[in-house]
Design a protein around this ligand. Structure first.
Ligand SMILES: *Cc1c(COP(=O)(O)O)cnc(C)c1O
Length: 389
């Protein structure tokens, strides 16, 4: 098998996966791995979950795709589930995280125009953030390595340091149409927003009639132990972007917006061919129903407590661990050694992990991970930690 026809955009491990069951993955040679990456917080119900398979089979035999010229019940139902579980009024569907960001940015620009002058177009974003790879999302991504080779990018943006109240106060004015931030910076290294900071940003957005956009692409859909991360922080954004776990592994993205902001879009303002297709929405409805009614989200706090306890125990005994941080099942182990080397060693022992930010090892298992599987992961971590002593 030649691998030469895939574009050189990813640095991949030398493994070829063939199937997965729950939190276990199997490569073409039959080797087993414990998956604490979960498609980067996407496979919230693990692999081969019957709930997802059934929804896919049933819906694909009926109707996969029509067009947004017509209605379909699945997108109506999915929008209803999202709005019932949030403080928001309307949903827009797309196909990925970066597309959810684009939709939010466009909504913000339109909102600014309707509620101010042409100059009300400024979008404030956070340093160290990650919002995706398309040009708009890239523009508000606060990490040089992702954007430096692709300039010029979109204008009308300003960056500030995350969690720095004085800085955002100093640049805020009537020309700001939106602030976009991740309540937990994921790729940036599992860094939590401070509640005081979010509260102040909320106040500033209210004062200047600007939209507060939360990017919950990674931290939303149960990952923190509540349906949306913003509920854990107690600050309600105007717009929430989501994707990753929304389809449990099937591609779908969305934004939800409150009554103040959602009416800015009218027919013709925004759209996407595949967005809200009956198949993706059927799968997503099944995933969300299972997460909520199957008690999966409710189980996250307990699992989180257990895994934090175990990891803090390792931290006490192995000085190469600097800090354990995060929320729910979005966890960062800040290392004093090179995190990539550590993740590679865990891979060799059959545990999949992913790096984030500066020397952070991310643990993002499926939300239906079992306590036994957590114990297996902890044992592998300890085995690898011993090599670095
Ligand atoms: C993954 C991610 C994105 C981009 O999502 P894609 O589906 O890869 O386009 C945006 N924001 C955050 C916080 C993410 O973690």
């Amino acid at each position: 098998m030649t691998k030469n026809n895939l574009m050189n955009t990813y640095k991949r491990y030398d493994v070829n996966f063939e199937k997965g069951v729950g939190a276990k993955l199997y490569d073409v040679d039959g080797n087993e791995y414990l998956d604490f990456v979960a498609g980067v917080a996407t496979n919230c119900l693990g692999h081969s979950n019957p709930v997802i398979i059934n929804a896919l089979l049933k819906q694909s035999a009926k109707l996969m795709h029509i067009s947004n010229y017509y209605w379909n019940s699945n997108s109506i139902n999915l929008a209803e589930i999202l709005c019932q579980n949030s403080d928001h009024e309307k949903a827009f569907f797309c196909n990925s995280g970066t597309e959810a960001i684009e939709a939010a940015l466009k909504l913000a620009r339109k909102y600014g125009r309707l509620n101010g002058t042409e100059e009300k177009n400024k979008i404030i974003y956070m340093n160290n953030s990650f919002h995706g790879r398309t040009m708009g999302a890239l523009t508000v991504t606060g990490q040089k390595k992702y954007k430096e080779n692709f300039t010029p990018i979109m204008g009308g943006v300003d960056s500030v340091n995350f969690n720095d109240i004085e800085e955002i106060e100093s640049i805020f004015n009537d020309n700001v149409c939106a602030v976009i931030l991740e309540p937990i910076q994921g790729e940036g290294g599992v860094i939590l927003a401070q509640i005081d900071y979010l509260r102040r940003v909320r106040e500033l957005c209210d004062k200047y009639n600007s939209l507060l956009i939360f990017d919950e692409v990674q931290c939303g859909i149960g990952r923190t132990g509540s349906f949306f991360a913003y509920k854990k922080f107690g600050i309600i954004p105007d717009v929430v972007c989501m994707a990753k776990a929304l389809g449990g592994g099937f591609p779908i993205g969305a934004i939800i917006a409150n009554s103040k902001s959602c009416s800015a879009f009218v027919p013709g303002d925004h759209g996407t061919t595949f967005g809200g297709n009956p198949l993706a929405c059927a799968v997503s409805c099944a995933v969300l129903t299972e997460l909520i009614e199957g008690g999966i989200i409710d189980s996250v706090d307990e699992k989180s407590k257990y895994i934090f306890h175990k990891l803090n125990n390792l931290k006490q005994r192995y000085s190469v661990i600097n800090e354990i941080r995060g929320m729910g099942l979005l966890i960062g182990m800040v290392m004093k050694i090179d995190s990539k080397t550590f993740v590679d060693e865990c891979f060799n022992e059959g545990l999949l992990l992913v790096c984030a930010g500066e020397n952070v090892v991310r643990l993002i298992p499926p939300l239906n991970i079992t306590m036994d599987e957590i114990n297996i992961a902890i044992n592998i971590l300890e085995k690898v930690l011993l090599k670095f002593c």
